[in-house]
Every structure is written in C-alpha cells, then in structure tokens.
Design a protein around this ligand. Structure first.
Ligand code: HEC
Length: 488
C-alpha cells in the first residue's frame, strides 16, 4: 500500500481553496444564452482550470500548447482543434463532452470532467465564431492576461467561516496586531482586542508580514496555485471610517498600496529583514530566494540577488546579526546557509529528512536552529560543516514556525499540536509551554519590546501571552463576526 505523508502545508493550502469555494458559490452569475461570450473573460479561465496543467509551454501534451490564443487556434499534432461556428467539429469542445476514451482531461489521470455548464460556454464561444477579444495580442501569455484582469472580491463584512491566521505582526509601537484575513489584513488593538482597521488586499492570504523601519508594512501574499506577490502598504493612510473601524483600500488607493516588489506565479511563503533593516529577503513556491536592498526605504527596494539554492518550496529565512549570511529552509528537507557577500552556498544541514519549516541563528552566529515536520528543534554548527549538536523534542506534531527574539536569546516554536514553546537559545531549554489555542498554530509574532508573544491558529483564533510569566493576556478570533472559541 502507498503511504501518504501528511503535509501540513498542503493541507493548509487545500483547506484555503475549499474555504474560497464556499465563499465564491454565491457569486457565479447566470449568463443568458444569447449574450456574446468573451474569450478572455469566459473561456480562458475554464481552459486554465482544466487544460493548462498539461497544455502549457512546458508540457505541451499532444504537442498542443494552449497558453496563447495563436497556439490554441493552431492546434496540436493532429492539427486544428477549433472550427469557428462548428462546435461539434471542434476537438477543443468535443473532447470536453465526449463519452469516448479520448475525453479531456484524460480519464486515467483522475481529473474531473469539465462541468456541463462550463463546456456549454466553450460551445457557445465556438458557435459565435471563436473570436479573440479586441485589444489582446494573439501571442500574449493568457495566464498573464488573466492575472491582469482578475479583480479581488470584497471582503465579507461578517465572516461566515473563520479564516486560518497565517501571518501576524505587531505594529512598530506595539499597540496593535495585524493579522491576515480573507483578501484583507485586520488590525487589532492589543489592549482592548478590538478591531480597529481593515485593509483590503489583492492577495487572498497573507503568508508573511513585517514592518520596515520606515513604518511601511511589507506583506507576502498569495492566491494559492494562482499567483503570489510582495506589496508595501501604509497602515497610517486616512481611509474611510465606518463606526469604530477604518477601512483602507490596499487594492486601488495609492495612499494605502504603495508599491509592488514582486509579482510571481505562485505563493510567496516567507520574508526576513536584516537586523540593520537594509536587506529584505523573500522565498516561496518558485524555490527562489530574492534579496532586495531596502536601505532607501521599502518603496525604493532594489533587487540585489536571486538565489537558487533549494530544490523545492522555501518555507523560512533568517539573516545573521551582520546581515552577511542568510539561513533558509525548504520542502527539499534541508536547511542551508548562503553567504551573501561571496554569493555562494556554505552549509547544508540534511538531518530533518522531512519538510523544514523554520530557522533561527544563535546569538554568536556560530550555530543555527531549525525545526519542521519531524517534530523536533535541531541545533547545528553553522560553520564549518553543519554538524548536528542537539535534537530537542517536546512538540507532539509538526513544528510549523520558529521565531527568534531580536537579541537571539529566546526561541519560540509553533506546533501543529496547538501549543507554542519558548526555548532559551543558549541553554536550549524549553522553559515554557503556552497553551490556549484551539488548533494547529500557523503564525507567531513578538512585540517590539519583546514582552508579548502572539500566535494564530487554523480556527482564526489569536492568543497573546506575557512572555515573563507565560500568562495568557488576550484572546480573540481574527475573523470579523466570528466569536472566539474558548479553550477546550
Ligand atoms: C492531465 C493532463 C491533461 C489535461 C489536464 C488535459 N490534457 Fe489534453 N492531452 C493530454 C495528453 C497526454 C494528450 C496527448 C495524447 C492524447 O491525445 O491522448 C492530449 C491531447 C489533447 C488534444 C489533441 C492534440 C492533438 O492535436 O493531438 C486536445 C485537442 C486536447 N488534449 C485538449 C484538451 C483540453 C481542451 C483540455 C482541457 C479541457 C485538456 N486537453 C486537458 C493531456 C491532458
């Protein structure tokens, strides 16, 4: 029997997609049969969802590429697939609805058939002459065209379902906590646990957030499997006040959405900033680590280095105290150290033999810590060879996040076991276990004064603890309209 390794991250992403589907159900609008069908708005999204996976420029199954209009029309090894005006003679349509074995997507791959009402849209488009919308070049990349046209939905005023909290950050004054919501960031007053601001985002999810010293908020966003971005926002912009809450439009208000640093084909999963605030690093599903010089401000970021050091998704990054070395970890089961000065890989740590979700440095920069899907926190020699020094247990399930205090004396680990653990970096002792969350812990943040630790979980719950005595000081649900779940 095949054994499936449980991948928390994949589970998270698929949960998010399911969640999105629940939300989008009500938004599909019926089209009247006579209405003209637009290729780019109506047909291309269907082809993207059901066909592009095997018929893009890389795979070209049956020598058929569908990701530009010109190639879609040119057809594959058997010639043209579209006869304008004659859907029944067009393979592009016929293969979607046929009962024969030739059906597309292929039955054997276990991909579900194109739903009838979607195939019907393709049929009508062919019947109407299979035209391309004006203003689009026949050679332009349809994936990019679709991305440009895509508009984020408005966030629900009251959530019907709680949204997992996949990113958290305290504001520089420590008075507020920013949490990732559904196509928005929500801002909470730490003293009162009240919602103060909602900032709408193009990204469906925020997967990492940090503040630059210029006060701007840098967010790594994602539409799982569709696109990823890094955007710079101004939380202090005026916005619109409704009741107690200020609404900020981070999609189209240039006072709020200040700059896009990256636009990617898939999720950006992590961000890190060097201790002097001059370098910003990001990594994600494209396996690439990018480093920007942000010394002149987040909006004036200059791409400095593009690092291809991992064979799979990059989950976390950490600069050393000098900003000269970058620790990273990935789904390729390794943690690595990159020398930013000489632009070379200097150490690879392979002991986890499973996804590595978090990394941190020791105070002296001679040792590194990493943690992941093997449930343990490992300490190893950063130089010269990545020799393992210690294996620290205690979490019963995957460790999903690892955070280090700015002075590098404390480490915090977030577990799929619903707990957060605090470790003394020098003695490697687990000094505290913070409980009160209700499900897998996806995000961690430390207040700028180092006194409070916040964590968010799968159920949208946020807990804030006082680090000195491990006391729970605040608890709320970060999905507006969802009541907090009291501790089980
Ligand atoms: C899981 C992969 C996969 C997906 C998804 C898929 N195809 Fe295919 N397709 C193939 C393969 C493999 C071939 C070549 C072998 C064959 O004809 O069965 C092919 C061939 C074709 C051909 C014939 C090309 C030629 O000239 O020989 C057409 C037309 C086609 N696909 C249309 C579609 C459409 C339309 C969709 C989406 C509704 C789709 N395919 C989705 C794998 C896929």
């Amino acid at each position: 029997m095949k054994s499936f390794r449980f991948c928390v991250f994949c589970a998270l992403l698929s949960a998010l997609i399911l969640w999105l589907l629940r939300y989008s159900e009500s938004s599909t609008c019926a089209q009247s049969p006579a209405a003209p069908v637009s290729f780019i708005n109506d047909v291309a999204p269907i082809l993207k969802d059901y066909c592009f996976a095997c018929h893009d420029a890389k795979k070209r199954s049956g020598k058929y590429e569908m990701t530009t209009f010109a190639r879609l029309i040119a057809g594959g090894s058997n010639g043209e697939t579209v006869s304008p005006g004659k859907p029944q003679e067009s393979d592009l349509y016929d293969l979607m609805v046929t009962n024969e074995d030739r059906r597309m997507p292929p039955r054997k791959d276990g991909i579900s058939a194109v739903p009838k009402e979607k195939a019907e849209i393709v049929r009508r488009w062919i019947e109407q002459g299979a035209k391309l919308d004006s203003g689009i070049d026949t050679k332009s990349d349809l994936v990019k065209e679709l991305r440009v046209r895509w508009q984020p939905p408005a966030s629900p005023t009251q959530y019907k379902f709680a949204m997992p909290v996949t990113a958290l950050a305290f504001t520089p004054d420590g008075k507020e906590l920013v949490a990732g919501g559904h196509h928005e960031l929500t801002v909470w007053n730490v003293d009162s646990s009240k919602l103060t601001k909602r900032l709408r985002t193009r990204a469906e999810r925020a997967l990492a957030m940090l503040f630059h010293r210029d006060g701007s908020l840098i967010v790594a966003g994602s539409r799982p499997g569709q696109e990823g971005d890094i955007r710079v926002y101004n939380l202090q912009a005026a916005g619109k006040k409704e009741g107690e809450v200020i609404f900020l439009d981070g999609v189209s208000d240039p006072q709020v959405f200040r700059k896009q640093l990256l636009d990617s084909d898939d999720s950006i999963l992590c961000l890190a900033i060097s201790p002097d605030g001059n370098l910003l690093a990001a990594g994600g599903c494209d396996r690439t680590i990018r480093v920007w010089d942000v010394s002149a401000g987040a909006r004036r970021a200059k791409l400095e280095q593009v690092i291809d050091n991992h064979a799979d998704w990059v989950f976390a990054l950490a600069f050393d105290a000098t900003g000269e070395r970058l620790l990273s970890c990935a789904r390729d089961k390794t943690a690595k150290i990159w020398d930013l000065m000489n632009r070379e890989s200097i150490t690879t740590f392979p002991e986890h033999q499973n996804n590595v979700y978090g990394v941190a440095w020791s105070k002296d920069g001679k040792k590194a810590f990493s943690a992941g899907a093997d449930h343990v926190l490992r300490q190893w020699e950063a130089v010269p060879q990545g020799k393992q020094l210690k294996v620290l247990g205690g979490h019963n399930e995957d460790i999903l996040k690892l955070l280090s205090s700015p002075d590098r004396l404390l480490l915090a680990t977030a577990g799929a076991d619903k707990t957060v653990k605090i470790w003394e970096a020098e003695t490697q002792k687990n000094t505290k276990t913070l409980s009160g969350l209700t499900d897998q812990v996806y995000s961690l943040a430390l207040s700028p004064d180092g006194k409070l630790l916040a964590a968010g979980d799968y159920n949208g719950e946020v807990r804030i603890w006082n680090l000195a005595d491990a006391k729970l000081v605040k608890g709320f649900n970060a999905s507006p309209g969802i009541a907090t779940i009291s501790k089980k």
